[in-house]
Design a protein around this ligand. Structure first.
Ligand code: HSE
Length: 434
């Protein structure tokens, strides 16, 4: 039986999960794909670090480049994360004709054009199932199961940390900072938690989904991104009263002026399927023109769930190593044409607006006058606390309005003397799966 030799770059949560899973399933995998996988070398930062997963000492090295240059290695599995070193290593592996499996969303989002182009030129596999949604096979669904569809929209929860934080704020009435500490203690957050809470991790993942769902190059920076750090407990409570939950959504859809793509905190009706995805779970709701809605739900992070996706890529390469044509055409489509991403100012949406106002007669009419001037119609309004002369929250929900008008109106409202502090603006998505 043929042995496929693997070089693992990185032995953190995902790397050790892959090693464990390959050992645990070695017999089944050999039966299913007629090859044996052997981890031949593992690159680590520190040889002396105590590890939960034991490996023979001879497997470890601190010289990642020596693995990439080892002629005996067939597949390089890049799990070190970050962009600079990972990019050098992946490029070198591809230039040497090796196949690459990576979980590195930042690398693919920021340098995808270069890396995919190189993989195509070298006719090597570059697979990346673990880069989006952890153990959820969303890339495979796009590549295979949904290949007969034109994808019309993606609504997704693809950052487990933010979803965990929002769930704790909603269910346990925690403050943002308290919930973030808990998420870090559970090991969900990235080493730099700003990537999670500022939405950048989801922005990276959405850039990859957009490329393969809509078929074209996309500049990651063109994807509008807002995180959850500005969401207060009171926003979650007010949203709840109106029948909504707040989720960090990564959304992409075909719009009039191009692909609308954004990461944003979003009010979703409580009965919406994504409003019920809680804790660190991820979910991707895809709408295809033939199939309608498809929901993929599962663990978006963690050692074995993410390793499950990496090993599925290894199996793909083992099974179809010589049949490269089908996948290359999909990758080529995703790098040769340019996608036009619509500017956020051109979108239409409904909005949740929260103002902190001085409680005095005439304030509501002042604010609604400005909104009216910009053609923004109010659908709901609530001011819970009455306390003449002191600062209280006022919440308005709007009908659909142009983003540009809303931003201009908020700019004017924030300068009114009765408005204290910057206003909160959160978009509302409605509609249920079809
Ligand atoms: N920090 C990421 C998350 C891990 O919270 O989803 C998986 O990419």
């Amino acid at each position: 039986m043929q042995t496929i030799k693997i070089g693992l770059l990185g032995f953190g949560q995902i790397g050790s999960g892959c090693y464990t899973l390959l050992k645990m399933r070695s017999r089944d995998l050999a039966q299913q794909c007629g090859v044996r996988f052997q981890v031949k070398k593992i690159a680590v930062r520190n040889l002396r670090k105590k590890r939960q997963v034991k490996v023979p000492a001879g497997l470890l090295t601190t010289d990642a480049m020596s693995i990439v240059r080892d002629p005996d290695i067939d597949i390089v599995v890049e799990l070190i994360g970050g962009v600079t070193d990972a990019r050098k290593l992946v490029r070198e592996a591809l230039l040497r004709g090796k196949h690459v499996v990576t979980a590195n969303k930042a690398l693919l989002a920021e340098h995808g054009d270069e890396i995919f182009e190189l993989a195509c030129r070298r006719k090597s596999w570059l697979l990346f199932e673990a880069s989006v949604g952890g153990g959820i096979p969303v890339i495979k669904a796009l590549r295979e199961g949904l290949v007969a569809n034109r994808i019309d929209s993606i609504h997704s929860i693809i950052n487990g940390t933010s979803n965990y934080i929002l769930t704790r704020m909603s269910e346990d009435h925690m403050d943002f900072s308290e919930a973030l500490k808990l998420a870090q203690a559970k090991g969900y957050a990235e080493a730099d938690p700003r990537l999670d809470i500022e939405g950048i991790d989801a922005q990276h993942k959405l850039a990859i989904l957009v490329r393969f769902a809509f078929g074209g190059r996309v500049k990651f920076k063109d994807i509008h991104c807002e995180g959850i750090a500005t969401i207060r407990k009171e926003d979650i409570e007010f949203a709840e009263e109106f029948g909504y939950r707040i989720k960090l959504l990564a959304i992409a859809k075909r719009g009039h002026t191009g692909i609308e793509a954004r990461v944003q905190p979003t009010l979703l009706p409580k009965e919406h399927i994504l409003a019920n995805v809680n804790g660190a779970f991820n979910a991707v709701l895809l709408r295809g023109d033939a199939v309608g809605d498809v929901l993929l739900y599962g663990r978006g992070a963690g050692s074995l769930p993410t390793a499950s996706a990496v090993v599925s890529d290894l199996v793909d390469i083992a099974k179809r190593g010589t049949d490269r044509f089908a996948d290359l055409t999909l990758v080529m489509r995703a790098i040769r044409s340019e996608l036009r991403v619509a500017s956020i100012s051109t979108i239409l949406s409904r909005y949740y607006l929260r103002f902190h106002i001085t409680d005095q007669p005439g304030v509501l009419s002042k604010i609604s006058h400005v909104l009216g001037k910009y053609g923004i119609s109010i659908s709901d309004c609530v001011q819970k606390i009455r306390s003449q002369g002191s600062v209280v929250p006022l919440i308005l929900l709007t009908h659909e309005a142009p983003e540009r008008s809303v931003r201009e109106a908020i700019g004017v409202i924030d300068r009114l003397r009765v408005v204290r502090g910057p206003s909160q603006v959160i978009r509302i998505e409605s509609g249920s799966p079809q």
